[in-house]
Design a binder for this molecule. Structure first.
Ligand SMILES: [Zn+2]
Length: 174
């Protein structure tokens, strides 16, 4: 019987078939890692489960630092039917790429590339944000409830979250 090579997830330590794991390889000496999508890069690598949980934990890892674009790519590869922005945002929350709250977003509007607006936002606030987004040509979606967006940052409610990184924004829009 032919068995597929197994590798261990660096996060949960479970052994799995290589196909069920992402491979990340060391980019430089500073512990920065990048995704090796085809698992062919001839560099020292680590493996991570293709699950939201392990990628989430990887995003907070002290020693293994994966670029936010790569984390996002992994999450996008996981998604099956519809895009789950909440899970993606949760995995990104420790990066400096997100800003939330209407005033904060308006302050940093020149750096914003994508906006996620709560579905249950008040009509007045919705108009304020969408008008600004249209004026600045920033793509946006209505997604999740205020308490769900708030939950990401351990707040009661958040009306709106914006993404400041262009590549990340593109990954979310695609
Ligand atoms: Zn794992």
């Amino acid at each position: 019987m032919k068995t597929n090579p197994e590798r261990m997830c660096v996060i949960c330590r479970e052994k799995k078939d290589k196909a069920d794991l992402f491979r990340i390889v060391e980019k430089d000496e500073e512990g920065k890692f990048t995704l090796d999508e085809k698992q062919t890069i001839q560099k020292r690598g680590q493996y991570v489960c293709k699950t939201h949980e392990c990628i989430n934990r990887l995003s907070k890892h002290k020693k293994i630092k994966v670029e936010i674009e790569d984390l996002l790519k992994m999450l996008n590869l996981l998604k099956k039917d519809s895009k789950d922005y909440l899970k993606i945002l949760r995995a990104m929350k420790n990066s400096q790429e997100l800003v939330f709250g209407i005033n904060m977003i308006f302050d940093e509007i020149e750096k914003v590339h994508f906006i996620i607006i709560a579905e249950d936002i008040s009509e007045r606030n919705d108009k304020r944000i969408t008008a600004k987004a249209k004026e600045k040509n920033i793509p946006y979606v209505h997604y999740g409830k205020k308490n769900e967006l708030g939950d990401i940052f351990n707040k009661e409610e958040i009306n709106v979250i914006a993404v400041k990184n262009k590549k990340v924004a593109r990954g979310l829009i695609e």
